[in-house]
Design a protein around this ligand. Sequence first.
Ligand code: HEM
Length: 415
Amino acid sequence: MNDIAAGSFFEPQVIADPFDYYRAWLPKSPVVQLSEAMFLVLSYDLCAQATGDVETFSNNFQGTLSGAMAEDGDVAAILAEGWPQVDTLLTADPPVHTRFRKLVNLAFSMKRVAAIEEDMRGVVIELIEKMAAKGEADFVRDFGIPLPVAMIASQIGMTGDDLDKVKRWSDAFVDRLGRMIPKERELECAREVVEFQHFVKAKIDERRAERTEDLLSDLVYAEVDGERPLEDAEILSIMQQLMVAGNETTTSALAGGLLQLIENPDQMAKAVAAADEGNERAIINLVEEVLRTESPTAGMWRMVLKETELGGVKIPKGAMVQLRYAAANRDPAKYPDPDRFDIERANARSHLAFGKGIHMCVGNMLSRKEMAVAYTELLTRLADFRVADGHVPSWPPNMLLRGLTTLPITFRRRA
Ligand code: HEM
């Protein structure tokens, strides 16, 4: 285990299964230098510390990561048919971030999440019934993807056939962020971005004409302390981030959590009992333990604005640092027996799966609710979940996100 080279972290086989790396490096070096200007932060305390120091660790990394593509003339020509990509939430620092975050917080309130809970349960039950009718499923394709997609889509007034578009657009945004795609795909992604922008812009105009009961309307009408309302490009940027940040991550959490339950029958039995008893607190803790152990946003970048020191390691100005939330969430100093999936873990909720500080996930209430409703309904309606014979779950290598892309399962309907 100890012969894992520090700099090997982003090699495909390591990043696809990084747990040995965490176990080897976290105890001896919570900040690992990967190259001259790239560092990895592994411990809970240091990840938390860096999220609190926004003057040193900046989220304004979009240009650094996507600069090459924006300079490509063909891509730029396509993007010019849409609206400019402005930094609003994830990739903005204060004071720009502060203003957008206030406005989005207004739109993304607990009230809004509570208002859609009934619809959410309806979608969940419909998806379960469809799977039950077939008697088997690919849980990612048949449940994990459509649930978050439907919840976001309904908030921008999309239904039915439009849902495939949301997934297509989300994938394009994610591919652009990943930056490991051929030119042809870059061009295709740029076209998807522009199509998305024109689609949502029409929805914005409809809401300016007449207010509706959804998140997009809340954004269109959001105002704080008499500040100017959001402009089209800003709303488009926010909606884009909601799709990118909200879809794949929630899919991964839903699927990864079900796999954990399947692989840990004692925990599955406890979860089923909690669902049967309507024990919401126990289900909420299950959700938190899934988030801790799965950490779908496994890492997030920070750009270092001034020379600093973290955990005794000198980090130069201009370096890129990845806060590895997935490693922090398995830090034995914070979570005893950290690799154990324990749905009764007392401090599960303290995890960093949603980050911490000013950039803490704005969709955390929504995805937590989706997971709680999903597991409650799945466990009360279906039983004997198994991974389909012969399937070995695997995780594709990805620098930031970690999640199953397929999970074939069998199950039976409960009497
Ligand atoms: C299990 C599901 C999810 C996970 C694990 C997750 C994870 C995260 C993390 C770790 C961050 C902080 C990034 C940083 O430190 O810079 C974040 C931010 C964000 N998330 Fe999520 N997220 C999830 C679901 C969602 C959903 C459902 C939405 C919206 C519909 C969403 C929208 C956002 C946005 C807009 C930000 C940026 C916030 C800001 O910079 O102020 N996420 N998310």
